[in-house]
Design a protein around this ligand. Structure first.
Ligand SMILES: Nc1ncnc2c1ncn2[C@@H]1O[C@H](COP(=O)(O)OP(=O)(O)OP(=O)(O)O)[C@@H](O)[C@H]1O
Length: 343
């Protein structure tokens, strides 16, 4: 279990004070995967580095497995850090060592007997699906394989907690999925508690139990993934959710899209639906109620756990006088509405 209580982190640079984290409270329950999502510069790296005290908070408590790390001596801290594994965006492997030697490295540091090291390395490479690559060097591996080596290496120390610092940001979408599945399997089989930071809601959606949104050093929203996807409270959370969905305006519409209504334009709406409304027949209801046409130009629906959500590009036609009422009706149904333009 990880608990951050009232964490503030300030950096001082040439008489300038930068507050990277402001009074952050966050709890990752035992055995859960917690994702923190935020834009560049929001404070994600600083936050995750505070958990193992790579950055020492200016104020607040960092409690990992029941002990407040900020109160420990250097020797005690070194011991506690062994329970905290970390993986990075750029893998941080030792290029002069083979895959097996990289995984063996932390075990050699604690003077584990050679035979035991070998056995453990074999076991770990099996777990991450890299048995065949034991004698290869990192330079000959793909990005996904390198991250698997890094995961095996960090698991060698039997951590109770794993910190993932943008672990899939350097990988293509297919490889990202396979690494995320591996992390989920490790979480389930080894009961390792995980905190990950990412700028992609996609990552959160696929493996996290809980999510927090960070902006300018503050957690502006947090909850279970199902809660946040179903009822996002902040515009930023809605933006991150929408960015994990993609609807393009087809070229045929884009070419004649006008920013303003010239008198006979038909509004093209981008509707973002969450769990609350996704199962309701809102388009047909609006059509009937306001005597308009509402045709779907393109759409993508998705799921996070049991929650459905999605975005739709919809063209309104027919009774022009009722367009504004129809848009208000969508908003009343908790649908986020953006007028993409008029065609
Ligand atoms: N060592 C440092 N000295 C001074 N300022 C720092 C330091 N580390 C981070 N910052 C500042 O703290 C803020 C948060 O940075 P941080 O790296 O935690 O953000 P981030 O969300 O991880 O961004 P990115 O996704 O781009 O890595 C930024 O304004 C950054 O410039």
């Amino acid at each position: 279990m990880i608990e951050l209580k009232g964490i503030t982190k300030k950096f001082y640079q040439q008489n300038r004070e930068i507050t990277a984290l402001r009074d952050v409270d966050l709890t990752v329950p035992q055995g859960k995967i917690f994702g923190v999502v935020g834009a560049s510069g929001a404070g994600k790296s600083t936050l995750i580095r505070c958990v193992n005290l790579l950055e020492r908070p200016t104020a607040g408590q960092v409690i990992v497995n029941g002990r407040d790390l900020t109160l420990l001596s250097a020797a005690e801290l070194a011991k506690e850090r062994k329970q905290i594994g970390m993986i990075f965006q750029h893998f941080n492997l030792l290029s002069s060592r083979t895959v097996a030697q990289n995984v063996a490295f932390p075990l050699e540091l604690v003077n584990m007997p050679r035979a035991a090291v070998q056995q453990r390395v074999t076991e770990l490479l099996g777990l991450v699906g890299l048995s065949e690559k034991a004698n290869d060097y990192p330079a000959s591996l793909s990005g996904g394989q390198k991250q698997r080596v890094a995961i095996a290496r960090t698991l060698a120390g039997n951590p109770k907690v794993l910190l993932c610092d943008e672990a899939t940001s350097a990988l293509d979408p297919g490889t990202t999925r396979s690494i995320l599945q591996l992390l989920k399997r490790i979480n389930e089989e080894l009961h390792i508690t995980m905190l990950l930071i990412t700028h992609e809601m996609e990552v959160v959606k696929s493996i996290c139990d809980n999510v927090a949104v960070i902006s300018e050093g503050q957690l502006i929203e947090q909850g279970t993934v199902a809660e946040v996807f179903a009822h996002p409270k902040t515009g930023l959370a809605r933006q991150f959710i929408a960015s994990s969905l993609h609807v393009e305006i087809p070229a045929v519409y884009r070419q004649r899209l006008q920013a303003h209504d010239t008198g006979n334009g038909q509004p093209l709406l981008r509707l973002a639906l969450t769990g609350k409304t996704v199962d309701e027949p809102v388009l047909s209801d609006a059509a009937r109620r306001f005597n308009i046409g509402a045709s779907i130009i393109s759409a993508q629906m998705d799921h996070a756990g049991s929650i459905s959500y999605g975005v739709m590009l919809v063209k309104l036609t027919g009774n022009r006088d009722a367009f504004a009422d129809a848009i208000q009706y969508f908003k009343d149904k908790h649908i986020q509405v953006e007028i993409a333009g008029y065609v």
